[in-house]
Ligand binder design. Sequence first.
Ligand code: PLP
Length: 445
Amino acid sequence: MTRLLLRNFREVPDVALSASGIRIRSADGREVIDGSGGAAVACLGHAHPAVLEAIRRQIEKVCYVHTGFYVGEPVEALAEHLVGHEPGGLTHAYFVSSGSEGVETAIKLARQYALETGQPQREHVIGRRQSYHGNTLGALGAGGNLVRRPPYAPILPQASSHVSPCYPYREQRAGEDDAAYVKRLADELEAEFQRIGPNRVMAFIAEPVVGATLGCQAALPGYFKAVREICDRHGALLILDEVMCGLGRTGTLHAWEQEGVAPDIQVIAKGLGGGYQPIGGILAAGRVVEAIRAGSGIHRHGHTYAAHPVACAAALAVQQVIHEENLVEQVAIRGRQLETALKRRLGQHPNVGDIRGRGLFWAMELVEDRETKTPFAPELGMNGRVKLATYARGLACYPVGGTIDGVRGDHVLLAPPYITTEDEIETIADLMAAGIDDAVKGLPR
Ligand code: PLP
């Protein structure tokens, strides 16, 4: 009997014994390709020697210091690496231990910015439906995840509301061109600002490429420019959550670079430490930090493990490898190969409604009927079935979405490590296609 409080008691996970490159080996002797890098985390794959060495060196020097007394050696270097040559005006970094803590930090920083600039009435966050920003109560409150929110709705912070995401596959109307759809979404956001009271909104939060809830859904061109304009006009901050899609995953270092806008606060996590250590954080615009420096001079936030020296050493090594080995460019190249490989095998599959993504961040939306876009019945748990069938063939993919509580659409997500070779991309696409077929064949008749 397990002593662990498992995520799913009907599905006991295998014990991982070792992992290297893009492969994980379990206690029963099986080897599986880590096709989703866990949950889009293992960007360098496993056991990269430069990262292991950096962790070893840091552990021997200083394992832990509290930021009230000291800052670890690699912490400033990591901040400098991330924002030192930042194109978007982000000038400062703050490190925590997870994406959720990063989102909490971002929301609290937006609130403190409102207070420091004499706008105490700004207390409302606008997010989007079918969005996920983390599992802590503040992050769940900002997120519009209909699968995870409802049980906790009564105890979530109330000062948030949600507008439609940019989800062309299901929500762009027949005959509506991209510009008209973007305008409709911008009008909806503007109307929400007006409903709340424009000077009561402290921030709008969104993922540039949505990961866990909409399966690698990028926005249409112009969407984020429109969002940026609305936030600026009403004096609200733009928080971009790049926990999943950031730090090279979509083929540029930051996903927002492809949108032509920069955020006021950016949340980072998974690709920051690549899973070698638990680490997340925020990057903040100079004007936000300056308001605090010139005002109270105190950032009213903190965690015991903020700026953990070993986590920062690991993240610095991960980011240096990405930079020195030109892995962001490599992601763009391999991403085009993965797109082609997936579309060749699954582009006409009767149960794959949409294949979408950017860089090495791709998802398939699973449907019962491709023509009508009818989702699978929720009780089938189709994304979970595909996950198990694909895993049985030797590929780990990540089930996301889920048709629950009015949210339509099961998705499975691929986010292979940036070091994945061309041959391995083909293998991943083969296994993915075979896994979907197996899952469909295994459906109850
Ligand atoms: N934000 C996004 C976009 C995420 O995808 C996630 C996790 O999947 C989080 C925040 C929360 O990160 P964590 O699980 O590290 O707390």
